[in-house]
Design a protein around this ligand. Structure first.
Ligand SMILES: Nc1nc2c(ncn2[C@@H]2O[C@H](COP(=O)(O)OP(=O)(O)O)[C@@H](O)[C@H]2O)c(=O)[nH]1
Ligand SMILES: [Mg+2]
Length: 753
């Protein structure tokens, strides 16, 4: 990674040098700023990309497998909270930087209330006039009412012997944390920063569920160990195996942006059911090729090294069934962490941890094995990260700056030579060059038109495919969803006990919650991966289409450049021939970042429930209850549950209808967003980038010469001075181009190694 930083800094320096040359050219009165401004924009974009573009690494795995411990071990300190909870999903992002800062982004009051109202659907002891749609956590009365409902709910659950449902857990935590966070939350997105000595206070937030629910994002900046390099983000993804599908979707949203996944397994438990599920999901999302596995091994847990190795073979075999030929590295993250702490800040190790460390140190063969595996793991991770960095950040930008520099050099040379001629010769040259310019403008106009045609057609075709994918009758997504809802086996009789203990409405709520959780889980586990694959396919197709047209356009441009060169060569201006590199389609990944585009959040696929007409379900349930109650009074005891169950069944049927309607309507919205906010914008941006790359090559020759003509014919002008300025620009450009050549060789040797 050192090599990366080194090369990146060189590239940045060259880019700035070229920027200065451009600035100098812009300050010459009378020169056409036309090509120069385009070059200036390119250098600005390179600077921005090199600063912003980030390689993302996600550390995932089931709870308590050692994700946070491993993350800490990597950064060499106890930075993220170890042993943090279950209720929330927090993705803690760590970025290398100079100072120690923790940035905690809080949800806004509106977001919090929306989330609570979402969880409150059907959740109320009083169907009419309850908190309903407009619960406001800042109102004391609302909190008091909710507190009461939640306590009732929890007692009922105790009676009915159910597991706690995620919604009531969420509501409980929100209420519990309110007083402590209210000063930090506001109606605008609020960020709280903990710095230097206060840094570790962030752990209290992440570690306490009732505070963590208020958090949206946690970003730590910290000094990274030697060799980590910049433009890197490592994310400790707590909640990968959360029972809450919304958390799963949050992790999915992060995973689709990552370049590398580090999957942590614990040697204490081996491969768990949750791991199999999560790995299957990762695979379904098409992300299985970039995983490194860490078997976090507890030295105390294994009698001998041979035992540990036997476990490794078993784990490898189990993982292999999902992810073929996995790369598994076996070491103790906690031992690595303790050892670093012991050498850096011995005082931070507790007496107990020190004892453990001493004990583990005795296991010399396990330690040696672990050390060697740690080393191999770091090498593999670093290699993967640097390769991606090179291709994503360096290569494209290097090519861009090379194009700008050589284009500019040609342009300077043409101007310089023209300046040294007398007015008559120049006039003649202009006639020739203008004719050439007009001809090549025809060519670029044709390219522009046909590229627009291609872009329009691609948008139409892709739009049709998106429509088809989401089609209500024939599309995969909606059909799967409807099939899921219709076949969801909602056995009302399972709730008999609950009905007896808590009554009709709470039972209906329980059924609804279970149903909704199942539907959400289905969306996260089955629909979202399909969606991700569909999007990837369409992105690849987009790249392919632009690649297909880029070939012929490239040839047209090469032809135009050759003719320009011949024209000026005939006029005695000798522009050397550079090898012409064919222009290819820009990469989706790079354009996407540059244009700040991303697919609509996968978490939003779960936000259909705000459309559910709760009242309709409730009213139905409520009338039925009245009727049922009346019937109950007349009928013998033994028949009572039956009729109540029948009413429940009615409500469930209605519930399914509501669910079907709201989910399909919701996916129609998602579809429109995907089309207009993502695909169409991406296609436009790709097209614009390709056109720019093509035009860039002829810019040196087509920049309007008219101003130049004025300059040359102006006798009062101190031409000597101008000639000198061009000469010095020429020298600087030569230096830049030499340096670019040097960097290109560095990149090549690095990519080859
Ligand atoms: N005994 C033992 N404890 C470990 C080991 N690795 C991690 N832990 C502890 O297990 C707990 C959970 O680890 P953590 O890294 O927070 O797991 P996460 O939920 O995956 O982030 C923490 O208290 C760690 O200190 C290990 O190898 N041996
Ligand atoms: Mg953790």
């Amino acid at each position: 990674m050192e090599a990366y930083n080194h090369i990146k800094n060189k590239l940045l320096a060259i880019n700035r040098d070229v920027g200065h040359i451009i600035q100098g050219a812009l300050s010459i009165d009378g020169l056409s700023p036309h090509p120069i401004n385009a070059w200036k924009e390119t250098t600005a974009r390179i600077e921005r990309q090199l600063a912003e573009e980030t390689i993302r690494v996600a550390v995932v795995g089931s709870i308590k497998s050692g994700k946070s411990t491993l993350t800490n071990a990597l950064f060499g300190g106890d930075y993220v909270k170890r042993g943090a909870g279950v209720v929330t999903s927090i993705i803690t992002k760590l970025r290398p930087g100079h100072d120690l800062t923790a940035k905690l982004a809080f949800k806004t009051w509106d977001e919090i209330n929306a989330e609570i109202n979402q969880a409150l659907i059907l959740f109320s002891s009083t169907p009419a006039g309850g908190p309903g749609d407009n619960f406001n956590i800042n109102r004391e009365e609302d909190r008091r009412q909710l507190q009461q409902d939640v306590s009732n709910m929890n007692t009922e659950q105790l009676i009915s012997d159910d597991t706690r449902d995620p919604n009531s857990v969420l509501l409980t935590e929100y209420l519990k944390g309110y007083d402590r966070v209210k000063a930090l939350v506001s109606f605008e997105p609020a960020i709280h920063i903990f710095e230097s000595n206060d840094f570790h206070k962030q752990k209290d937030f992440v570690g306490d569920e009732s505070l963590a629910v208020y958090l949206k994002d946690v970003q730590l900046t910290l000094q990274a160990p030697e060799g980590f390099g910049e433009n890197l983000e490592i994310a400790d993804c707590q909640g990968s195996d959360s029972p809450n599908p919304l958390h799963l979707a949050m992790i999915q949203d992060y995973l689709i942006q990552t370049h590398l996944i580090i999957y942590v397994l614990s040697s204490r438990t081996g491969v768990r059911q949750a791991d199999i599920k999560f790995l299957t999901l990762i695979k379904k999302m098409g992300l299985a090729k970039n995983i490194l596995f860490v078997l976090n091994s507890d030295f105390s847990e294994h009698e001998t090294l041979a035992d540990l190795k036997a476990l490794v073979r078993r784990v490898e075999a189990e993982v292999d069934m999902i992810v073929p030929s996995p790369h598994v590295f076996v070491f103790s993250a906690l031992y690595n962490l303790f050892r670093t702490l012991d050498s850096k800040e011995p005082s931070t190790l507790s007496r107990k941890d020190r004892l453990r460390l001493e004990q583990w140190r005795q296991e010399t063969d396990m330690v040696a094995f672990s050390d060697q595996q740690t080393e191999r793991f770091l090498q593999a991770a670093i290699q993967k990260i640097s390769l991606d960095r090179f291709s994503l950040l360096l290569e494209t930008n290097l090519e861009r700056i090379a194009n700008v520099s050589s284009g500019m050099r040609d342009w300077v040379q043409i101007n310089q030579e023209l300046l040294s001629r007398d007015a008559g010769m120049v006039r003649e040259a202009f006639v020739e060059m203008d004719a050439r310019r007009e001809a090549s403008e025809q060519v670029t106009a044709v390219i522009k038109d046909t590229l627009e045609g291609t872009t329009g057609k691609l948008k139409r075709d892709l739009g049709t495919d998106v429509d088809r994918f989401f089609d209500l009758q024939y599309g995969d997504i909606v059909q799967d969803m409807i099939h899921f809802i219709d076949s969801y086996n909602l056995s009302v009789t399972d709730y008999e006990k609950h009905l007896g203990a808590s009554g009709f409405l709470p039972t209906l709520y329980r059924i609804f919650q279970a149903f909704q959780q199942a539907a959400n889980r289905f969306i996260a586990e089955s629909i979202n991966p399909k969606l991700v694959n569909f999007v990837r396919d369409q992105e690849n197709r987009t790249e392919r289409v632009f690649d297909q047209v880029a070939g012929p356009y490239s040839l047209m441009i090469k032809d135009a450049v050759d003719q320009h060169r011949r024209t000026v060569n005939d006029l005695g201006i000798n522009i050397p021939e550079h090898p012409f590199r064919a222009i290819r389609s820009p990469e989706v990944a790079s354009v996407r970042n540059d244009a700040r585009l991303s697919i609509p959040h996968l978490t939003s696929t779960l936000r259909y429930s705000s459309r559910i007409k709760t009242e309709a379900i409730l009213r139905l349930g409520f009338y039925n209850t009245l009727k049922t109650v009346k019937k109950w009074l007349k009928k013998p005891v033994s028949e009572k549950p039956d009729s109540a169950i029948r009413s429940l069944e009615n409500s469930v049927r209605r519930m399914k209808e509501e669910m079907r309607e709201s989910i399909t309507a919701h996916f129609m919205d998602y579809k429109e967003n995907l089309k207009y906010q993502y695909f169409f914008k991406l296609i436009e941006a790709m097209s614009a980038r390709l056109y720019e790359a093509l035009i860039d090559r002829v810019r040196a020759f087509t920049g309007s010469l008219l101003d130049m003509k004025g300059l040359i014919e102006d006798d009062r002008l101190a031409k000597d001075q101008l000639v000198q300025r061009f000469a010095s620009m020429q020298t600087s450009l030569k230096v830049a181009l030499d340096q670019i050549g040097e960097v290109e060789r560095l990149v090549e040797s690095h990519s080859a190694s």
